[in-house]
Design a protein around this ligand. Sequence first.
Ligand code: ZZB
Length: 262
Amino acid sequence: QDYTCIKLKVLEFAPETQAVLAGNKEVEGKQIFMVAATLRPETMYGQTNCFVGVDIKYGIFKSNKADELFLMTERAARNMAFQNLSPSNGEIVKVADLVGHQLIGTEVKAPLSVYPSVFILPMDGVLATKGTGVVTSVPSDSPDDYAAVMDLKKKPDYYKIKPEWIASYEPVPIINTPTYGNLAAPTICAQMKINSQKDKTQLALAKDAVYKDGFYNGVIIIGEQTGKPVQEAKPLIRQMLIDRNEAVPYNEPENLVVSRSG
Ligand code: ZZB
């Protein structure tokens, strides 16, 4: 998979993370980024929060830039080490260990988002085995994100979050399509009566439908590429993020099989 890794700069860590990092000389004076793998860089204007899995193990790793550290799974760090994103080829340097729940409530700057800062929140469906284990959230265009955000808004206590970390963050119109209008995910979730992130079968169908519709029929209605078809705008927005040092290209072999024969 040809991902774009979005660099969400940490503005303030949650107290639990601060406690873990207290006295850690390796993080002092460094910029730390939560690194989120996406296939939809053109939707980054609509980021309202970022997801981690509460039980997933994360690490903070040295990157290929001396003053920048990356927060993600170790699995992603190992892959990045072979893509010139670590200090030396094939090697990772971990400076801290964290668990997802410690990160909840961390405040970050999400590149291109209309919201000046967004929060790290929990989602059940985050896979440790995909991307970086950090998933940036675009409820306007991702049914999974919309359903998870609705759950958090409905039951902040159950999810152990402060309501103000998500309450006033509304989905942002990014892409217009003839089929689902300019808020594809909320529209299709309403049509299919999807009520929760637990409706997995329905969500998979919804995701497939809006992916295709957005890619083939979508027109960007925000930002630098306003008016352009999604297919045309996607690589341009991706490149703009990379040029601004707000994203890095990241590849992940799908179902990689390591052969020891021969
Ligand atoms: C922002 C975004 C905006 C995404 C959108 C999708 C959509 P796929 O096709 O299944 O490979 N993702 C990335 N890493 C993980 C993970 N570890 N666990 C769970 N989800 C993850 O899906 C790629 C997408 O899955 C990525 O692109 C990311 O969410 C999520 F408007 O990033 B996306 C219709 C989808 N729209």
